[in-house]
Design a protein around this ligand. Structure first.
Ligand code: ZN
Length: 250
């Protein structure tokens, strides 16, 4: 979304249901502020208010608001029947997966004030423009699982995985469900997630340039075959990452 102002502003910030939405100044454009509003795939349909506050050069505070209509998404449901041992992890595995989920939540919760990226985001695999399974809910033996929070991109083992944009490596390790995983912080609450890698080629704390190779496609974690699980978190909302490729950058 864009916010236009007749005069330059500072401290432009949105509030979306208690979550902070940062705005930034688009390069080469005067007094046009851009912001990205993350709508989680499980957010209930309805009307929500986005409040925006800013300061004029002289320090005077101003505010405005907009009503955002959230419509129900259409996500597929898949019912599968599999042998019990394959869908019921052991108590230790459940504990591990819960701890990892909690850690990821803490990472995604942080809104770094600095914007690390500039320009467009890219799909992490060369030549790939589409992916599948975003939001898909799997019902295994009658038990609904959590919806699939990313897109699965087709790729063979060993295919280089590129950073979607410039970002800082926040996590680079093996997780129970996602296998070898890299998480990049792009700043302003925007994170990308790369899972099931056969190989990780990045270290926590590194800042990667847009397009840098961070690992290779693989089949680690809970998978049926090699592919890249690519996720996007915007102000902690799980968003289809293919949308950021279309939305950002001119
Ligand atoms: Zn996936």
């Amino acid at each position: 979304m864009e916010l236009k102002s007749a005069r330059p502003l500072t401290e432009v910030k949105g509030d979306w249901g208690g979550r902070s939405v940062p705005f930034w100044l688009e390069d080469g454009r005067e007094a046009v502020y851009a912001g990205l509003l993350g709508v989680d795939l499980e957010k209930a349909p309805g009307s929500y208010e986005l409040k925006v506050a800013a300061q004029k050069a002289a320090g005077e505070k101003i505010a405005c608001s907009a009503t955002i209509a959230v419509k129900a998404g259409k996500f597929a449901t898949e019912r599968l029947h599999v042998e019990k041992q394959f869908v019921e992890p052991s108590p230790e595995q459940i504990k591990r997966a819960d701890q990892e989920r909690q850690r990821l939540r803490e990472i995604f919760d942080r809104v770094a004030p600095e914007r690390l990226w500039n320009g467009k985001f890219r799909v992490p695999l060369d030549g790939v423009t589409s992916g599948s399974n975003f939001g898909k809910r799997r019902i295994l033996n009658g038990n609904p699982g959590s919806p699939h929070g990313g897109v699965d991109l087709p790729g063979t083992t060993g295919t280089p995985v590129h950073a979607a944009q410039r970002g800082k490596v926040m996590l680079a390790e093996e997780l129970f469900f996602a296998g070898n995983t890299v998480v990049l912080d792009h700043g302003l609450g925007i994170y990308t997630f790369y899972g099931h890698l056969s190989e990780i080629d990045a270290k926590v704390g590194d800042t990667l340039d847009a397009g840098a190779v961070l690992g290779k496609v693989g089949a680690t974690g809970r998978v049926t075959g090699p592919h890249l699980h690519w996720g996007l978190s915007v102000e902690r909302a799980r968003v289809n990452p293919l949308q950021i490729v279309k939305l950002l950058g001119r």
